[in-house]
Ligand binder design. Sequence first.
Ligand code: HEC
Ligand code: HEC
Length: 416
Amino acid sequence: MLIRSGLVLCLLLTIFVFASQAWSAHPHDVHDWSEQERQILRSLSLETLGSLPVDPSNAYSADQRAVNLGKKIFFDVKFSGNNKVSCATCHREDMDFTDDLSRAHGMGTTRRRSMPLAGLAYSSWFFWDGRKDSLWSQALGPIESPLEHGISRTLAARLILDNYQDEYEAIFGPLPNFIGSKLPFKARPDADNPEIQAAWNSLPVDQRQSINVIYANVGKSIAAYVRLILPGLSRFDYYLQAVSAGDKKVMAELFSRDEATGLHLFVGRAKCINCHNGPLLSNFDFHNVGVPQPDDPGPDRGRAEGIAVVLQDEFNCLGQYSDAGKRDCAELRFMDNDPAKYLGAFKTPSLRNVARRPPYMHAGQFVSLKEVLRHYRRVRPGGRISPELAHGGLTDEDLIGLEAFLGTLNGPIISP
Ligand code: HEC
Ligand code: HEC
């Protein structure tokens, strides 16, 4: 599906590139849009997002009981080593489900910036490097990360028994008896820590498997909740309605000159739309856009590392804890798995609400949109840097327009 819509978009883009060249020959009103431009603009409207996808690897994806349980766990600090960290620590409801730090902080400080959560049901890969292929398997990462929640799947299973037994069992069936007994609560697979790994290995295989099932179900509940976090209509979408209706008066009421100029650039000469396309203004694919790497903790290889991790993940779409058939896992099976192409490439973020969530990029390298735009002006395609960065030069005035336009993408966030 995603691949096909990508092709259609490429076709539209090609048509548009020719059209825009013809246009730039004569000056025009900022609220004038050619037929080809209007077609592209329609593809950016939130109203074309389409119905909310159900994740075939999560049989509880659309189960309201799972949504309720997942929401409670999302905000529950008991699922952490210090009783202080929950998903909401770094994905704050009052901050578009992200935070304002350049590197997220839980039990320790992570190497990357937190990410906003609205509209992720439409994405195929998760994390800046795409090392997870579903929202439920994604949720299992932070819980066991020593820098984030810092607990184990074994303790998570026990916390379910102690706090959510009835709700859990109503959805997933009875918890096994052994969870109530004395268990090594640090037990989890951990290649970096022989003691924790040994504790995990000390459990019988069938118990390990039962713990994994409970852990996967925790992820599936959280995912059912996260799936429903969505962006609402922004001033941009209302402007697109006016464009569609051909109503210049309303267009001029909704968008300033700078904002409309910025939108022309965004879909035209600045080529932002090569990657920030579709109703969420992201292709959710991976690109190296030449963002300077922080010295500490050394260069981040991004997607080049995520590829191997997602293929080996026991909780991926093809694994035994997934509810999907092999045919449902096309994204994973036909993933482009050549790491050489993805060195330093990161997931394209959605630009919805971008103006109100600095700092920017995978390690918060830029403190403002001005800095982001100056970077785009500076960076040149070639070598490892994506050839799709093809604006060919931006003036100071262009940057003012682009920044103004990005400000129109703010809208409400809808969550259960
Ligand atoms: C310590 C802060 C922290 C905590 C706690 C945390 N996250 Fe995150 N989250 C991050 C960071 C940082 C990233 C990006 C990490 C990376 O790319 O390596 C991220 C990425 C994500 C993504 C991927 C978004 C995308 O666009 O691909 C999702 C979904 C997510 N987190 C959900 C959760 C859930 C659910 C929980 C609780 C189980 C959680 N997070 C706990 C910091 C945190
Ligand atoms: C080649 C694909 C590509 C093109 C073209 C592109 N971007 Fe990006 N954009 C990305 C990727 C990938 C990131 C994240 C990079 C990272 O963190 O290393 C990003 C990040 C951003 C961010 C920061 C978002 C955040 O949440 O941190 C903004 C703002 C942005 N782009 C705006 C633009 C604008 C404006 C243009 C046009 C001038 C543009 N982009 C062109 C792929 C692209």
